[in-house]
Write a protein of this length. Structure first.
Length: 141
């Protein structure tokens, strides 16, 4: 059943993950090799580790949407995706330390990265509720 609410939450999380590759999390001046200041945007494509984690996260979420018949596995993958998204945000934060303080700031589109774990938590909560409902219906049979 793809029309479940948790599928929509996971789809929104995947869309936010894809948009983080285009829109910046942080922008500002960064010191170059010869101490020259360069204005740069920090996106998911700025760091190879962040890019790999973001692609893995989006792929995992999209695969997880179609695992609706196996709710236990779907819940485990959703929890794993929450952990990966928090690690991804931590890596973004570590990358912001390379920018010049006072001459850089967080962008409004950083909300996209922060929304991913929120959407995944809402999806995991929906999956858990479905699992409880099915268990209670099995007891009645």
């Amino acid at each position: 059943m793809l029309q479940r609410m948790q599928s929509i939450w996971m789809l929104l999380a995947a869309i936010c993950g894809i948009l983080t590759m285009k829109y910046s999390f942080f922008s500002g001046n960064k010191l170059g090799d010869n101490q020259a200041k360069l204005f740069e945007f920090l996106t998911a494509t700025s760091s190879i580790l962040i890019l790999i984690l973001t692609i893995a996260l989006v792929s995992g979420i999209l695969i997880d949407i179609f695992l609706y018949k196996n709710r236990k596995l779907q819940l485990r993958i959703a929890i794993l995706a929450i952990v990966v998204s928090v690690v991804n945000i931590f890596l973004y934060y570590k990358q912001t330390q390379k920018f010049v303080p006072g001459e850089s700031n967080y962008d409004l589109t950083a909300i996209l990265s922060l929304a991913i774990p929120i959407f995944l938590i809402l999806a995991a909560r929906g999956i858990y509720r479905d699992q409880k409902l099915v268990k209670s219906l099995d007891r009645l049979r």
